[in-house]
Design a protein around this ligand. Structure first.
Ligand SMILES: Nc1ncnc2c1ncn2[C@@H]1O[C@H](COP(=O)(O)OP(=O)(O)OP(=O)(O)O)[C@@H](O)[C@H]1O
Ligand SMILES: Cc1ncsc1CCO
Ligand SMILES: [Mg+2]
Length: 285
């Protein structure tokens, strides 16, 4: 395992991504669940992006056309999502726009399984999920030989380290990045893997920390490569959540407010400094 220092390209890339998003204010089109849609949009705005949320299949192409990147989350599937989510992914892929997949509750029900299998062909630029979702998606996409991984509703019952080989298989298939979230995050592509420590466990006490993290990855994917985008958003979440609890005991909803505040307040150098302290490069076996 190697520690990172400010001279490393990865830290420079991360802080440049933060600067570029604040300069460019990229529009991100999202197809996401109605539990956390408001947090997703507000988190995207807080880091410097712009948000547009859609549901109808005929909006897939025009949304991909005007957006710099697309976010697809399968959290609360309605019957129409069987058409609109694959249409959104197809439109993003055909328009050469990066897109992020959040396979919420992968494995729960035949419809979700069928939608997730359908999305495989469009090779997401970034896949973001908790450990069980990542393991289950690798299973659904036929990349695992052994059936494992157990999503409990939208929660993980597996550890991030247990998801490492599934994450790598997914990244090898898509050619993009995969981010596994939890107490410690794992962010990798087929060549490099990073572990990220820090952050507050209060993120587990609000709904949509993971969904909005995926939405924020899509913001950064608009201005940089898949791995840097996934890393930048992940560092932002750990750093802003630490800041939100720095004043002492805080209730869950006030935490959410303070957390989004810090997403808007942290500077490129704050994020670079946090990366230097909390990121480690893991040699792939
Ligand atoms: N115990 C923890 N300590 C620190 N950070 C955490 C902890 N648990 C989760 N996080 C952070 O919370 C964010 C969301 O990760 P999580 O794994 O909870 O997503 P999720 O299960 O998909 O969430 P949701 O489905 O509620 O949107 C990530 O930034 C992750 O690093
Ligand atoms: C709680 C919940 N249920 C479906 S989606 C969602 C948001 C967190 O994944
Ligand atoms: Mg989730």
């Amino acid at each position: 395992m190697n520690t990172i220092n400010t001279a490393d390209a990865v830290v420079r890339n991360i802080s440049t991504a933060v600067e570029e998003v604040r300069k460019q204010n990229p529009l991100v089109g999202s197809w996401t669940n109605f539990v956390t849609i408001n947090l997703v949009a507000n988190a995207q705005l807080a880091v410097g992006g712009r948000a547009a949320m859609c549901f109808l299949p005929d909006e897939a192409e025009p949304l991909a056309f005007v957006s710099k990147s697309i976010y697809v989350n399968v959290g609360t599937l309605q019957p129409i999502a069987c058409q609109s989510l694959p249409a959104a992914a197809k439109a993003a892929a055909e328009a050469n726009k990066p897109w992020v997949l959040d396979p919420v509750a992968a494995g729960l029900g035949d419809t979700r399984t069928s939608v997730l299998k359908d999305l495989k062909q469009y090779k997401p630029t970034i896949i973001r999920g908790n450990a069980s979702e990542i393991i289950t998606l690798a299973n659904l996409w036929g990349l695992e030989t052994e059936i494992k991984g157990k999503v409990e509703g939208v929660d993980s019952t597996d550890t991030v380290r247990e998801a490492a080989s599934s994450a790598l298989k997914l990244a090898e298939y898509t050619g993009g990045a995969v981010a596994v979230s939890g107490e410690i995050d794992l962010i990798l592509n087929s060549e490099k893997a990073y572990y990220l420590t820090g952050g507050s466990e209060m993120l587990e006490c609000i709904t949509g920390a993971g969904c909005s993290l995926g939405g924020v990855m899509a913001v950064f994917a608009a201005v940089t490569d898949a791995l840097t985008a996934a890393l930048t958003a992940s560092v932002f979440y750990k750093a802003a959540s630490d800041k939100a609890v720095s004043g002492g005991k805080i209730g869950t909803f006030s935490f959410q407010t303070a957390f989004v505040d810090y997403l808007s307040l942290l500077t490129p150098s704050d994020i670079a400094e946090y990366s230097e302290k909390h990121l480690t490069l893991q040699e792939c076996d």
